[in-house]
Structures are given as structure tokens and as C-alpha cells.
Design a protein around this ligand. Structure first.
Ligand SMILES: NC(=O)c1ccc[n+]([C@@H]2O[C@H](COP(=O)([O-])OP(=O)(O)OC[C@H]3O[C@@H](n4cnc5c(N)ncnc54)[C@H](O)[C@@H]3O)[C@@H](O)[C@H]2O)c1
Length: 312
């Protein structure tokens, strides 16, 4: 049985990962500074004897005994990570150094939740892991994109220099229950707007595409990645390759929620990528993984969650 540290464990993805680890019988230490995560996300686990919650900021060192580390701490939505961009870079970079230092001391296997944002505004579609990306180093998204790129560099340097067992997963847009109501990303925006009877905001012409992975599929991939042999480090893309334009997504949400909302167009934000779609051939080959949950099914679960959250 593993002693597993999940940083950012009270966040959207982290809390689902804690659920899955507890269900597998692991001993879970959930660490979070509650910047975007909440105790509510893991409240149902508090009585479980194998679950522990610790308030801690990963930009400071942590001394605990574990043998697996999932490093998820970092705000993921632009609204949140741009609120304090210096702290965002610190969380990615100092957080990675501190968690890698912990892994080095305990000889734990460590997984980094990286992101498709390391590809920036890509010239290659879909993006394979070998593509180096096209990232603006000085824009408003750079604190996140470059922080995550530097974290990947640190992971590979610790691997080469200290022979650490590392796993790097590049996560593409993921959605599901426990996303923030004010998260600002498109799935939650559309659902919350539709549930409130407000118009759905489309940035730009709405023809930019995104792929959407349901959280259960993502967690399954993280667990499979952690279980791969020591020779497989990644980076590996994880996401759902189904590509949808913002207009298609808006129409699907409106159909599932019902109501009288319409579409409202606003200017596209700076550095907004036109297209984003994972090439998951490597994940399929190395993890035996592919997403299973169809967008309409995942949206139904997510809509049900937001309905409850808005009514509370
Ligand atoms: N959700 C996605 O679509 C997506 C896509 C790509 C990558 N990711 C990555 O997955 C991870 C989890 O994302 P999420 O969607 O669950 O976001 P989230 O904001 O819900 O979760 C992040 C968690 O990290 C915590 N945190 C932030 N800074 C911290 C710090 N300094 N110390 C300790 N805890 C801190 C937050 O309080 C929160 O609980 C992030 O690293 C993110 O970059 C997510």
C-alpha cells in the first residue's frame, strides 16, 4: 500500500484523484493552501482513516514520508493564475523544486501535472509530445505557461542528475464536477451562464476549437501513468482528441440545460490559441489509455453539479 502525497489535492482534479486513491486503498496526504481549492471538495473524505488534509504552500519545503507524489498544486484557470502572476510562477517553479527535493530525500516516484499550455499557440495540429511549442515569454499567460515549462525542465534535470523516477503528464482541458463556479474557463462559464439564464459569452468568432476531457478519464490516466515502469518518464499528452468549436459547445450546453439564453460575442483575449487538440497516440501505446466519456455525458454530470452548487 502506497503513502501518496497529492499537492493541490483540494482542487478540482486533485480532489477526484484523492477519491480514486482512497478507493484503491492508498494512504493519502492531501496538501493545499486553498488558493483555489476548498475544504468542501474533500469534506466527504475527512472521516476516512487513510485520508489526511494539510494546509501548506508548496513554495515552502515540506518534510513528510511518502513514496508517491502527485504534484498538482497550481491554479489552472487564467482568471486565477493571473490574479497573482508572481505567485503562480513561484508555485510552479519553487513548488517543483520543493517537491522534487522531497522525492529525492524519500526516493519517492513523482508525477507532474503539466499542461497543454506548454505548446503555447502551436503551429502543429494535433500536438505530439515531440513538438517544442510556441510560447510568448512575456505575455499575461506566461506566468503559467513558462512556470510549467520550467517545472518540466526541473523534473528532467532531477531525473538526469539525481536519477529520480519522474512522470510528466501534459493535461489538456479537463472538466467535470467541482470546477469553480467562477473558474472563467469555457465549460463552467457556459454552464453557469445557461443555468442563470444569462447570455453565453463567446470570445472572438467562436470558431476556435478546444478538446474537453472528462475528469474521470483524466484521473484514470494519471493513475496509469504513475504505475508505469521506471523507464517511462513522459512527457505524455492526456486529453480527449474530440475537437469542438466554441459555437458547437455553446449549442450543446444550451440544448442540455434548456432555457432562453443566447450567444453574445466579445473580443478574443490576448494569446488565445486558435486550436488545441491532443495527439494521444503515446498515451494509448504506453498507458493503454483512451478517454471513454462522451462530451454530452460528461456535460450532464457537470451541469447536475453546477445546478446543486448554484442552489446551495
Ligand atoms: N483542469 C484542467 O483542465 C487542467 C489542464 C492542464 C493542467 N492542469 C493542471 O492540473 C493541476 C490541477 O488543476 P485544477 O484544474 O484542479 O485546478 P484547481 O485550481 O482547482 O486546483 C489547483 C489546486 O492547487 C492549490 N494550490 C495553488 N497554489 C498552491 C500552493 N502554492 N501551494 C499549495 N497548493 C496550491 C489550489 O488551492 C487548488 O486546490 C494544476 O497543476 C493545473 O495546472 C489542469
Amino acid at each position: 500500500m502506497h503513502k501518496v502525497l497529492v499537492t493541490g489535492g483540494a482542487g478540482f482534479l486533485g480532489s477526484h484523484l484523492c477519491d480514486a486513491l482512497i478507493a484503491r486503498g492508498a494512504d493519502v496526504l492531501c496538501v493545499d493552501n486553498f488558493f483555489t481549492g476548498t475544504k468542501d471538495n474533500v469534506a466527504h473524505l475527512r472521516e476516512r482513516p487513510r485520508f489526511e488534509l494539510l494546509r501548506h504552500d508548496v513554495t515552502f519545503p515540506l518534510y513528510v514520508e511518502v513514496d508517491r507524489i502527485f504534484n498538482l498544486a497550481c491554479p489552472a484557470s487564467p482568471i486565477h493564475y493571473q490574479r497573482d502572476p508572481v505567485q503562480t510562477t513561484k508555485t510552479s517553479v519553487h513548488g517543483a523544486i520543493n517537491m522534487l527535493g522531497l522525492a529525492k530525500r524519500t526516493r519517492a516516484r513523482i508525477l507532474q501535472a503539466s499542461t497543454s499550455e506548454v505548446y503555447g499557440d502551436p503551429e502543429v495540429h494535433p500536438q505530439p509530445e515531440a513538438y517544442w511549442g510556441r510560447v510568448n515569454p512575456i505575455g499575461p499567460r506566461s506566468c503559467y505557461d513558462e512556470g510549467k515549462r520550467c517545472a518540466e525542465t526541473l523534473f528532467f534535470d532531477y531525473h538526469r542528475q539525481h536519477r529520480l523516477e519522474i512522470k510528466v503528464v501534459r493535461i489538456f482541458n479537463t472538466y467535470g464536477p467541482r470546477m469553480h463556479v467562477d473558474d472563467g474557463r469555457v465549460v463552467s462559464n457556459f454552464i453557469v451562464q445557461a443555468l442563470r439564464g444569462a447570455d453565453l459569452t463567446i470570445y472572438g468568432d467562436g470558431r476556435q476549437t478546444r478538446s474537453f476531457c472528462y475528469v474521470d478519464d483524466l484521473v484514470d490516466a494519471l493513475l496509469r501513468m504513475m504505475d508505469t515502469g521506471p523507464d517511462f518518464t513522459g512527457p505524455v499528452n492526456v486529453g480527449n482528441p474530440g475537437e469542438f468549436s466554441m459555437l458547437e459547445l455553446a449549442e450543446l450546453v444550451l440544448k442540455l440545460v434548456g432555457g432562453k439564453s443566447r450567444l453574445k460575442h466579445l473580443p478574443a483575449p490576448e494569446d488565445d490559441p486558435r486550436q488545441r487538440k491532443p495527439d494521444i497516440a503515446l498515451a494509448q501505446a504506453k498507458l493503454g489509455w483512451a478517454p471513454k466519456v462522451a462530451l454530452a455525458d460528461g456535460l450532464k454530470e457537470t451541469i447536475a453539479y453546477f445546478r446543486r452548487a448554484l442552489a446551495a
